[in-house]
Write a protein that binds this ligand. Structure first.
Ligand code: SAM
Length: 246
């Protein structure tokens, strides 16, 4: 199937990029990235290299990251009002999800400019659907705070009825599993999903106690990590049976 050729409209296009495997991008995303007047992205070099791999030479790129998003938002809205199409993306995955995007989108809402979201790769949902933990209701908690408020955050996660999805760095993953076990006890189901869509993709599934044991016997985990924690309601239901993972 060839990329379509219909022109883009003046709008803010939200464009997800792969989270590892370069094949995980839609034809529509490629067309928008090829044809957008401007691509706003975190690191123009990183995104430029990714696009080169698809044979795309962007018309124009500008950097948009956590530290300049607020000040860049007004300029982006003005360009759309002047008739430009802007593709907003982050280094990887879906913009606005633990990544810049939200502030520009809110400014676009307030200014009444058109926002066109494209569906695509996201680490949280990719981990959830293969976790084996209940998917009927879930909460995305993002990254736990490093220091201040961390235990309050962990307590809230543990007390939540539904499944929780967290992002965590490999340097703090053992600490996080220990903290979750300290509050939830060792019997709650959890999953560590690592390096999704990449060659070392791995799922560690078990109770928090089992994950603690596994982490003790292995070299420190590397790469990018999503943690899925079973909600308290499903945990209490599975207590009456024999647990969920064999
Ligand atoms: N916007 C991205 C998304 O839609 O998933 C998330 C960006 S956030 C800055 C980066 C975090 O997402 C990583 O630290 C990790 O927790 C998670 N992540 C991203 N890619 C991943 C992958 N391939 N495997 C596992 N986790 C990943």
């Amino acid at each position: 199937m060839k990329l379509a050729s219909q022109p883009l409209v003046a709008a803010l296009y939200l464009v997800p990029l792969p989270i590892g495997n370069r094949e995980d991008i839609t034809l529509r995303a490629l067309r928008v990235l090829r044809d957008a007047d401007i691509i706003a992205c975190e690191d123009t070099r990183t995104t430029g290299q990714l696009l080169a791999g698809y044979g795309i030479t962007p018309q124009k790129m500008m950097s948009l990251h956590d530290h300049n998003e607020e000040e860049r938002a007004a300029g982006i809205i003005e360009m759309i009002q002047e008739g430009k199409s802007i593709a907003l993306c982050s280094d990887a995955g879906t913009p606005g999800i633990s990544d810049p995007g939200f502030r520009v989108v809110r400014a676009a809402c307030n200014a009444g400019v058109t926002i066109i979201p494209l569906p695509g790769a996201n680490a949280a949902l990719t981990a959830l659907i293969a976790s084996g933990v209940e998917t009927d209701a879930f909460y995305f908690a993002g990254f736990p705070p490093h220091k201040k408020g961390r235990m309050t955050f962990v307590k809230r996660v543990v007390e939540r009825d539904c499944t929780t999805i967290l992002y965590e760095s490999p340097h703090r993953i053992t600490k996080l599993i220990d903290e979750l076990a300290e509050i939830a006890g060792t019997k709650r189901n959890a999953v560590i999903a690592r390096e999704l869509t990449k060659s070392y993709e791995e799922f560690l599934r078990g109770t928090l106690g089992e994950l603690q044991s596994v982490l003790k016997t292995r070299p420190p985990l590397k790469g990018e990590i999503v943690v899925i924690l079973q909600g308290i309601q499903a945990y209490h239901q599975s207590e009456q049976t024999e647990g969920d993972f064999e």
